[in-house]
Design a protein around this ligand. Structure first.
Ligand SMILES: *[C@@H]1O[C@H](CO)[C@@H](O)[C@H](O)[C@H]1NC(C)=O
Ligand SMILES: *[C@@H]1O[C@H](CO)[C@@H](O)[C@H](O)[C@H]1NC(C)=O
Ligand SMILES: *[C@@H]1O[C@H](CO)[C@@H](O)[C@H](O)[C@H]1NC(C)=O
Ligand SMILES: *[C@@H]1O[C@H](CO)[C@@H](O)[C@H](O)[C@H]1NC(C)=O
Ligand SMILES: *[C@@H]1O[C@H](CO)[C@@H](O)[C@H](O)[C@H]1NC(C)=O
Ligand SMILES: *[C@@H]1O[C@H](CO)[C@@H](O)[C@H](O)[C@H]1NC(C)=O
Length: 423
């Protein structure tokens, strides 16, 4: 039964492939047997891949969500990453889409209220408590109930209004009418939201924000605090949601370099980097955890368990930095959404090495672009590189990042450490 269903789907896809070649220019008017599965249509041009896009292993299971009443066609997108792995840049590719309500790292508030050491001398939260709160908040945000944030924001919002939402200005919807009616001049002047939104829009009315959320077709959330993809299973299986996880990974050696540059807590690493000698008190555990979580998540995702089928995309930041348009298209194909032209123009404006944009200069501390995806190789002491390679050996192998054995190899940028891979 299951098998013949699969065969039928393959046949439908195959016949669509033939039609596609014949009437490529009338793509829009094609019948919709594969439509929920819109990457099926899109991928036919890539002959090696259309087949797998249509087979059961990667066919989205969105029908379950549609049947059981998630608002029709609404996607619930999670940009899932580790800190300093390029998620701000990647998030912009979602934020720029006018049909997407994008929220930047809302779990920050949960984490902060659970771990505020200056308050109450609470015991450290257990993992399950924190994860449970993360999951509940994500569910409420995906269903546009932003008032659930009020339990975690400090100071406590009054009358559903707050001035303390973390990185509000990274969310275009929260800087646009009706949430922020004062925005017209700045948006028109082409300024980055970050340059003016916080000052100009001031307080945030969460009731209005929830309404704006409902008006956009889809919700995307960036999250760097959920440890592994496995922790998202209940959300993925929730019939109210059509969850799509974009798992962004990056070379851990680059992640570490970036953390060393921006986080004050990395002083010991900077000393190690400057002197070549490892201080005894350097914390090796954190980057080790980052690698293990990244690897565990990728392993889970690539095994394609039933609960993740069609809901998981593995994206390497380096590939995105090198081919932003292609990779953005892949991402939108996976999401089953059309790519808004605003996304393309944002890419054009913000990946031009010869003319870095305001956003790149001021608001993306990484400022990575085509030229700088591998620039960490000139900024990390070889001893540190070796230490990370040994901590993250299997992670590097799984994700296609080459290890170096000599300083010369490390510094020679004309051979890339990023292996060509499709996942
Ligand atoms: C932490 O708790 C203290 C004491 O209650 C409070 O004054 C402070 O605002 C809290 N900070 C954050 C970031 O929650
Ligand atoms: C927030 O917006 C809602 C909906 O427009 C409105 O009813 C409410 O009065 C606003 N709250 C404040 C404090 O302005
Ligand atoms: C990048 O910027 C340079 C200098 O302003 C400009 O000449 C060039 O056309 C831009 N390239 C793209 C692809 O926009
Ligand atoms: C590491 O040290 C080198 C040489 O002293 C320096 O150029 C580089 O910026 C340092 N890297 C970081 C991440 O601080
Ligand atoms: C790293 O992993 C590879 C295979 O994944 C293995 O052959 C090699 O011995 C490992 N190296 C270290 C230093 O653990
Ligand atoms: C850098 O790598 C390239 C390609 O692997 C090689 O041809 C070149 O000789 C290397 N340069 C140096 C200075 O080692």
């Amino acid at each position: 039964m299951e098998c013949s269903w699969k065969t039928l789907l393959l046949l439908v896809c195959a016949s669509l492939a033939v039609q596609y070649i014949a009437i490529r220019s009338f793509r829009e008017s094609l019948p919709s047997s594969c439509q929920g599965n819109s990457h099926c249509l899109e991928r036919q041009s890539k002959e090696s891949r259309w087949r797998s896009a249509c087979d059961k292993s990667s066919a989205p299971v969105e029908t379950a969500a549609a049947r059981t009443g998630s608002v029709l066609g609404r996607r619930h997108i999670l940009l899932f990453a580790a800190t300093r792995s390029g998620s701000s840049f990647t998030g912009q590719l979602l934020n720029q889409h006018s049909g997407i309500f994008y929220v930047y790292e809302p779990l920050f508030h949960v984490w902060q209220s659970f771990t505020n050491a200056s308050c109450c001398q609470r015991r450290a939260p257990e993992r399950r408590e924190l994860l449970g709160a993360y999951r509940d908040l994500l569910l409420n945000l995906y269903t546009c109930q932003l008032s659930f944030l009020e339990s975690y924001i400090h100071p406590q919002p009054q009358d559903h209004v707050t001035a303390a939402l973390f990185r509000r200005s990274s969310s275009h919807a929260l800087c646009s009418p009706p949430v922020c009616p004062e925005s017209a001049d700045e948006s028109l002047a082409g300024l980055a939201d970050e340059a003016w939104c916080h000052k100009k829009c001031r307080i945030l009315n969460l009731t209005l924000a929830s309404e704006a959320c409902r008006e956009r077709g889809h919700v995307a959330i960036k999250a760097v605090r959920v440890p592994t993809v496995g922790d998202l299973r209940t959300l993925s299986e929730d019939p109210r949601l059509d969850l799509r996880i974009v798992h962004l990974v990056r070379d851990p050696r680059a992640i570490l370099t970036s953390r060393m540059t921006v986080f004050s807590g990395f002083r010991a690493w900077r000393i190690w980097n400057a002197t070549g000698r490892q201080p005894r008190y350097v914390d090796l555990a954190q980057i080790g955890h980052t690698c293990r979580d990244m690897e565990a998540s990728a392993e889970t995702g690539l095994l394609r368990p039933a609960w993740l089928r069609g809901r998981y995309l593995l994206l390497r930041y380096e590939d995105l930095a090198l081919h932003p348009e292609d990779k953005a298209r892949d991402m939108y194909r996976f999401l089953g959404l059309d790519m808004d032209p605003r996304v393309l123009s944002w890419i054009a404006q913000n990946t031009n090495v010869s003319a870095p944009s305001e956003w790149q200069y001021k608001y993306s501390t990484a400022r990575d672009s085509k030229a700088t995806a591998e620039s960490w190789r000139l900024r990390l002491n070889f001893n540190i590189v070796r230490a990370v390679q040994s901590l993250c050996n299997s992670t590097l192998a799984l994700l296609g990042y080459k290890q170096v054995q000599t300083v010369e190899e490390l510094r020679n940028l004309s051979h890339s450490l990023v292996e060509a891979r499709t996942f």
